[in-house]
Design a protein around this ligand. Structure first.
Ligand SMILES: [Zn+2]
Ligand SMILES: [Zn+2]
Length: 885
């Protein structure tokens, strides 16, 4: 079974990863199978956009999911990790429009059907790219179940949900102020607007009273919207304007009369106290306009160009119009002043164009009734956020939620299933296009041109991917899913919407836990971005260090919800760790007897070291399992790392080498057994984190075993608890560490053995006697003397204290007095030269006057340091010389 010769001398990830991944795929290990004898464990992938390319965020997100699903699979769950991609309407459409622009054509020219054909073509070519990249990460998704938000089944689910919500009155069409991106040329929802601080101005403008009795001054950051003003509003309690409420003003440039109205919305004492009202271009003005029955006049088209309502400015871009309007107002003497003003401007999340809010007719989801139960399930812990603090973010948003604008003026996406009779205007919402109008019988019917927000389909992801609306076996078995792993940046976009959709459509929450992770930042803590050029390509890291190293570097030291910096040196230390495990395994196996028969192992022959490592690894199993169950991935990998590096490699292997090297030792079989047991446990615990190297070593160890990924997760065993020995061995290790410290502080080479005097309680004598072989070897002791008191120990012996014992090494045992005196004398001379150099420098007035403050401070610090060192060298010299006399 054990075969060491086949293990390559060094670990080469490039030579291993692809072969192993192919084997996993071919054997079907990733398949999620309905098996009622097992408990299900389900994760659905956050579907990456088909436009996407693997970045560090994906690498992190998917590594976390893969760790969890591999752990659960080994634990014996019917594990399913369901993958797929998102059609990403706005992003994909923009890519195709750009590509067409290079050919010199627009989407209007080729028409809707041809455009959609192109989009599918594009998806075919590029949509699989991200999936292939996810495979490179080692992701153990059930790829046979890969879904796409616009595939047939998911489109069916979208249609079903739209009709259901519409019939319940939860989807409606309404005229509202919408955020409009003039570049993407579509409406966008509130959360797709990102606020950026811009340098702008407050333009103070005089509106003349119609009766010629004076002016009212207003201030605005968007003077071009003046063209659509239909009133000026003041606070009802504003003494300044009390007498003019109800009077008319003349709107400059347009020269029509608009009323002065009073409304509580206007803040008393803010600015000039008078506010221009443009109901078509501002959400607050829109509401105020409704209260006062003001006309709604849109002055801009969908591209941000002034329309026919803008008089002589018609046809001008919004910013060109702004400049012209300001100039014209100035010429008319109506511009009072221009005041610089920093303010937050809404921009499009996708293209960062300044968003233009204006009135339009859109489709909305009524949110209040859906939000309420979605708040309750989180309050009742049916859905738990990890870390919990994100629940606050969630509540905050859900409690203040506005209706969700779901229509987009795009072609790539799920088209809204509303049909309009072109003859009588009757609208029907239906799964299938009606042949004729149910009111007038006309067959001239057209479908709504708009498509749905991308997030409308991804909100259904946890159940639509399992076959909903059909009642499939998959849905019954795998829903609700167990954990959703995602970044905090899409809690509103996606997590919240999945929660209310799951409750509304399935009557059950979509997942029990939401594991939130932060962003990966660059080494300086900045966001990785294209414009800064500071992004790190995970695929490059993989080709340089291997997938396991990338995964390790992303997970170790990471805690849920917090951003982390990506430090390239972490990949190096991950690679070193991989090499450490590789070399340790090779070493151990090369020193095994041929075909050891572990059925003959005699437990009574276990030494204290054997019992210690068995017990410690048993505890490790318990801890790591607990941590993984609580999704504390960073803590879990830290423990596995420490155990392998420190306990297993640096201590246990060293402790047992004499037994391994001695063909006559009568505990050889036992030590080989324990080495193997603990190693396999370690490989299994490490497998979810570093799947490739663990598989390669495991398969080399066990030719007759299929794969580590379907092996059984180690379990805690009471019989492996050796409490006493674990404590004792830790005590001895602690002692050895201390002795090594003393020796390294005194520069003693390992070849120089020294006597060790241990002062301890008599009850520990036996333990030290038993441990003599370790102490002799690992603490370079020539002999170990045990005593209960300090009697007879030379005063100048080097000493260390560990809980329960004092350790002494007589100085003459450690150093050759004459040699040491010689060495110290040399050191003393060198120090004096240095001291002199610094002193000369500092007494040089020219230097002190000209050198930068920092340099002088450094020199002064050197002086102090050298003086201290000189003093201590002199003292040690005197001490040694006194001894020689
Ligand atoms: Zn945009
Ligand atoms: Zn009709």
């Amino acid at each position: 079974m054990i075969n060491a010769e086949d293990i390559a001398k060094v670990y080469d990830p490039q030579a291993v990863e692809e072969r192993i991944y192919k084997n996993w795929m071919n054997k079907g290990y990733f398949k999620g199978v309905v098996d009622k004898t097992k408990k299900p464990f389900t994760i659905v992938i956050p579907p990456p956009n088909i436009t996407g390319q693997l970045h560090m965020g994906h690498a992190m997100d998917n590594t976390m999911q893969d760790i969890i699903i591999r752990f659960k699979r080994m634990q014996g769950y019917a594990a399913l990790w369901l993958p797929g991609t998102d059609h990403a309407s706005i992003a994909t459409e923009a890519k195709i429009v750009d590509a067409m622009a290079k050919e010199g054509i627009t989407k209007e020219e080729i028409g809707r059907d041809k455009f959609i054909e192109r989009a599918w073509e594009w998806k075919k070519v590029y949509g699989g790219r991200i999936v292939e990249q996810l495979k490179k990460l080692g992701s153990s998704c059930d790829w046979d179940r890969e879904r796409f938000t616009m595939d047939e089944g998911l489109s069916k689910a979208v249609l079903e949900v739209f009709i259901r919500l519409y019939n319940k009155g939860l989807i409606y069409k309404g005229e509202r102020i919408t955020n409009w991106c003039p570049k993407c040329n579509t409406s966008i929802s509130d959360i797709e607007v990102e606020y950026e601080e811009h340098d702008g101005f407050f333009w103070h403008i005089n509106y003349p009273l119609a009766d010629g009795s004076g002016f009212v001054t207003i201030a605005t950051t968007r003077p071009e919207t003046l063209l659509g003003d239909t009133a000026v509003a003041v606070n009802p309690n504003d003494e300044k304007y009390k007498d003019i409420v109800g009077k008319m003003l003349i709107l400059p440039l347009i020269n029509k009369q608009i009323p002065i109205v009073s409304d509580d919305y206007v803040e008393l004492g803010f600015g000039t106290g008078a506010v221009k009202i443009t109901p078509a271009h501002d959400p607050n003005d829109f509401e105020l306009g409704k209260r006062h029955n003001l006309p709604v006049i849109r002055i801009m088209d969908d591209h941000g160009i002034i329309n026919e309502n803008g008089g002589k400015y018609c046809g001008m871009d919004r910013y060109a119009a702004r400049d012209q309007i300001v100039k014209d107002l100035q010429d008319l003497g109506l511009l009072v002043k221009i005041e610089p003003y920093k303010h937050n401007v809404g921009t499009c999340q996708r293209c960062h164009t300044v968003v233009e809010p204006f009135v339009s007719t859109q489709w909305y989801v009524k949110m209040k009734p859906l939000a309420e139960p979605a708040i309750k399930v989180v309050r009742d812990d049916k859905v738990q956020f990890i870390p919990e603090r994100f629940e606050k973010t969630y509540f905050n948003w859900m409690e203040n939620i506005q209706d969700w604008c779901i229509s987009r003026q795009l072609w790539w996406g799920h088209r809204i299933p509303a049909y309009y009779c072109q003859k009588c205007g009757h609208m029907e919402v239906a799964k299938v296009a009606p042949d004729k109008c149910s009111k007038c019988g006309s067959t001239n019917i057209e479908q709504d041109p708009d498509t749905l927000d991308t997030w409308f389909s991804s909100a259904l992801w946890p159940f639509s991917t399992l076959g909903w609306p059909d009642e499939t076996e998959d849905l019954k078995f795998f829903y609700p899913t167990d954990v959703l792993v995602t970044g905090y940046d899409i809690i509103f976009f996606w997590v919240a919407r999945m929660i209310f959709s799951g409750i509304e459509q399935m009557g059950e929450v979509p997942f029990k836990h939401v594991l939130i992770h932060g962003l990966i930042r660059d080494p300086q803590g900045r966001k990785m971005s294209k414009s800064l050029g500071n992004g790190v390509d995970p695929l490059e890291i993989i080709s340089e260090f291997g997938t396991d190293a990338l995964r390790f570097s992303l997970i170790s030291g990471n805690s849920p919800g917090n951003d982390q910096r990506f430090l390239p040196e972490k990949c190096e230390s991950a690679r070193n760790f991989a090499n450490k495990i590789w070399n340790a395994t090779r070493f151990v196996l090369m020193n095994f007897d041929e075909n050891p028969d572990f059925s003959k192992v005699d437990v009574s022959k276990y030494t204290i070291a054997d019992k210690w490592i068995l017990s410690a690894s048993n505890n490790l199993v318990k801890d790591v399992t607990d941590n993984l169950n609580k999704y504390e991935l960073g803590i879990a990998i830290g423990k596995v790392y420490d155990f392998i590096w420190d306990y297993y490699c640096d201590w246990y292997i060293e402790l047992v080498k004499p037994r391994l090297f001695d063909p006559e030792d009568n505990t050889r079989l036992e030590v080989q057994f324990v080495l193997n047991e603990v190693l396999v446990k370690c490989l299994k615990l490490l497998h979810p984190f570093m799947p490739f190297i663990t598989e390669e070593l495991y398969q080399n160890l066990y030719k007759d075993c299929e794969s580590i990924m379907i092996s059984k997760w180690p379990e805690y065993e009471e019989k492996l608890e050796y409490h006493k020995e674990e404590k004792q061995m830790s005590f001895i290790i602690d002692a050895i560490r201390n002795i090594r410290n003393i020796r390294s502080q005194m520069n003693v080479p390992p070849s120089k053995k020294a006597q060790l005097i241990v002062v301890t309680d008599k009850s520990n004598f036996e333990l030290f006697r038993e441990s003599k072989p370790f102490i002799n070897r690992l603490a370079y002791a020539s002999e170990v003397i045990l005593q209960e008191s300090r009697n007879g120990i030379p005063e100048d012996a080097a000493s260390a204290v560990v809980p329960g014992a004092e350790l002494f090494i007589p100085l003459e045992e450690l150093i050759d007095f004459n040699k040491e005196i010689e060495r110290l004398t040399k050191e003393k001379v060198n120090l004096e030269i240095e001291l002199n150099r610094v002193k000369v420098k500092l007494s040089n007035e020219g230097f002190v006057a000209k050198a930068p403050e920092k340099v002088i401070t450094e020199e002064r610090a050197k002086l102090v340091k050298y003086e201290e060192m000189h003093k201590s060298v002199c003292e040690r010299l005197e001490g040694l010389q006194a001894k020689l006399k």
